[in-house]
Design a binder for this molecule. Structure first.
Ligand code: PEP
Ligand code: MG
Length: 321
C-alpha cells in the first residue's frame, strides 16, 4: 500500500478529470517542514507557532523568531509558508508566560484575544514575520477572530510594526492576510471581514467545539458530535459561498481535511485548498484522484440536505471505496 501511495508523490493534486485543489501541510516545527518534500507537499497551510513557546523558560525574541521563519522559508524553497500567530490559552499552556487562571479557558483569553491583550508580545512576532516576508512567500493568519473590530485592531498593529521597522532600518516584505474561521460568529460576521482579507482557513476542530458547545478533548462528546455533521456542513458551505462571492480563497486546516472520507464532500462544497497532516498527504491525493469533479458536487448536494448524522455517515460510507 505504501509503494502504491508513493506513486502519488509527483502527481498533481486533482480529481480524475483535472479539477485542481491546493494540498498543503499542517506543521508544528521545522523538522516536519523538512519532511514535506519527501511526500510532495505544495507548502505549509498551517504553521502552529505556539509550539515554539512550549517547554521554554523564556520567549524567543524578534531575531530568534525571524531566524526560525527564515529557516522555514529556506526549506520550503519558494513554496508558501502560512504562519498562524500564536494561539495560546484553552488547552495550550505556556510556562514562560503568566497565563490567567480562568474557569472556562476554552471560552477565555485565547488566540488573538490573548495576543491583543499583550500587544508587545504580539508585535515581536508580527515584526519577525514582516521581516521574514522579504525572504519568501508568507501568508499570515490569525486564530479566534470573531469580529471585524478585532481584525481592524490587528491590521492597525501591523501598520505600526511596519513604521517601527522602517525607523529601525530593518525592512519588510509583502504578506497575504487571513483568519482562521473557527467560531460560529466568524461565519456569521464574514461579510464585514472579507474585504480586508486575501484568504481564510476553516478550523473545523474549534468550529465543531464552539458550534456544538462540546469540549473537543472529551471523547464521549466527540462520539456524539462528530465533525462530519449536518450543522458543520452548513457552516462550511456558507463560509465557502460567501468567500467566493468576495473572491477570497478558502482553505480548510482542521483535522477534517486529513480524513479521506471527507475529501470528495469538501471539494464538492467548493473548497480551494486543504491543509493536512504530513502523514495524510499522499492518501488525500489518492482519494481525490478517484473522483470526478461532478461526482464531488453531486455528493455535496446530497449531503447538504441531510439532517441526520447517521444518514450522512451512510452516504459517505457507501461512496467511500
Ligand atoms: C482548528 O481549530 O481546526 C485548527 C486547525 O486549529 P487548532 O487545532 O490548532 O486549534
Ligand atoms: Mg483552532
Amino acid at each position: 500500500r505504501k509503494t502504491e501511495l508513493l506513486k502519488f508523490k509527483d502527481h498533481p493534486t486533482q480529481t480524475s478529470d483535472g479539477h485542481p485543489i491546493a494540498l498543503l501541510a499542517n506543521v508544528g516545527c521545522i523538522s516536519e517542514i523538512n519532511h514535506l518534500s519527501s511526500v510532495g507537499g505544495e507548502g505549509v497551510g498551517l504553521f502552529r507557532t505556539e509550539f515554539m513557546l512550549m517547554n521554554r523558560q523564556q520567549l524567543p525574541d524578534e531575531q530568534q523568531q525571524y531566524q526560525l521563519y527564515c529557516d522555514a522559508l529556506q526549506l520550503l524553497n519558494g513554496r508558501i509558508l502560512t504562519i498562524r500567530t500564536i494561539d495560546i490559552g484553552a488547552d495550550k499552556e505556556v510556562p514562560a508566560l503568566a497565563m490567567p487562571v480562568e474557569e472556562n479557558p476554552a471560552l477565555g483569553l485565547r488566540g488573538v484575544r490573548y495576543t491583543l491583550a499583550h500587544p508587545q508580545l504580539f508585535c515581536v512576532q508580527l515584526k519577525a514575520i514582516l521581516r521574514a516576508a522579504n525572504q519568501g512567500p508568507i501568508r499570515l493568519m490569525f486564530p479566534m477572530v470573531n469580529q471585524v473590530e478585532e481584525l481592524e485592531t490587528i491590521l492597525a498593529l501591523i501598520e505600526q510594526c511596519k513604521t517601527e521597522l522602517i525607523e529601525q532600518e530593518k525592512g519588510y516584505g509583502p504578506l497575504s492576510m487571513g483568519i482562521v474561521v473557527e467560531t460560529p460568529a466568524a461565519v456569521l460576521n464574514l461579510a464585514s471581514m472579507l474585504p480586508l482579507l486575501d484568504f481564510i482557513s476553516i478550523g473545523t476542530n474549534d468550529l465543531t467545539q464552539y458550534t456544538m458547545a462540546a469540549d473537543r478533548g472529551n471523547p464521549e462528546l466527540i462520539k456524539r458530535y462528530p465533525v462530519l455533521s449536518p450543522a458543520l456542513i452548513k457552516l462550511i458551505s456558507q463560509t465557502i459561498n460567501q468567500a467566493h462571492a468576495a473572491k477570497v480563497t478558502v482553505s480548510l486546516c482542521g483535522e477534517l481535511a486529513s480524513n479521506p472520507r471527507a475529501t470528495a464532500l469538501l471539494v464538492g462544497l467548493g473548497i480551494d485548498e486543504l491543509s493536512v497532516s504530513v502523514a495524510a498527504l499522499l492518501e488525500i491525493k489518492q482519494e481525490l484522484s478517484r473522483w470526478t469533479y461532478i461526482e464531488c458536487v453531486e455528493l455535496a448536494q446530497h449531503a447538504k440536505v441531510i439532517s441526520r448524522i447517521e444518514t450522512l455517515n451512510e452516504l459517505l460510507t457507501c461512496c467511500h471505496s
